[in-house]
Design a protein around this ligand. Structure first.
Ligand code: 5GP
Length: 191
């Protein structure tokens, strides 16, 4: 049973047990030990699951709120955190670099391998949705660099490249970047 199912099942059980508790002869004071044992051994993991599912929902909302906040700065032309990474003002773990792109480990990895590949020159590419024909070369270069990164990281047999474009895709940094993810079994569809 997945966590979500357990959580749904658990919350319905909890609801029912509260209702039943009020109506049944097994009110909290009269509840026999066997029932109490069942509740603590069975409902405890269910409650934990429900709590975990709730915190995942909260984290998703935080991520969406952060993305919406960043979206207000789209096309402001303001430097992003990635400019500071390119200029080495902010340290990062560089995996690959050439004259056009920089690839470095994500600070908050979502898989054993999680590398960001970015153009050194943003050139209006705050997001993929702003791409123009003049960007074809750099877009191809970024994809090829992602494959080089996958090779270097030993995941070339199976990896995923993700580009979040815009607030509804939860983009949070407005400097085009490709996420290269791997080192574990990926799931589909993505969230
Ligand atoms: P987005 O949500 O815009 O697609 O992805 C932005 C990514 O940049 C996130 O995965 C986030 O963890 C990563 N990130 C944000 N700030 C930093 C930083 O200062 N250093 C590194 N290495 N990654 C960062």
């Amino acid at each position: 049973m997945t966590c979500q199912y357990m959580a749904a099942f658990g919350s319905s059980l909890l609801r029912n047990s509260i209702t039943l508790g009020a109506l049944s002869p097994f009110s909290p004071l009269k509840r026999p030990n066997s029932i109490r044992l069942f509740q603590s051994s069975f409902l405890f993991p269910v409650r934990q699951c429900a709590r975990r599912a709730m915190s995942r929902v909260r984290a998703t909302h935080d991520e969406e709120a952060a993305a919406r906040a960043s979206a207000t700065e789209v096309d402001s032309g303001a430097p992003t955190i990635f400019d500071k990474i390119i200029s080495k003002e902010i340290p990062s773990t560089i995996v690959y670099e050439d004259e056009k792109v920089l690839a470095f480990r994500d600070i908050n990895p979502q898989a054993p391998v999680h590398v960001l590949v970015i153009p050194k020159l943003r050139d209006g590419l705050t997001e993929l949705g702003k791409a123009e024909p003049c960007h074809e070369d750099i877009l191809g270069h970024l994809l090829h660099a992602s494959k080089i990164v996958a090779e270097k990281e030993g995941i070339v047999d199976g990896f995923r490249v993700v580009i979040n474009s815009g607030a509804s895709a939860c983009q949070s940094v407005y400097h085009l970047h490709l996420h290269v993810l791997g080192g574990r079994q990926m799931k589909w569809p993505p969230g």
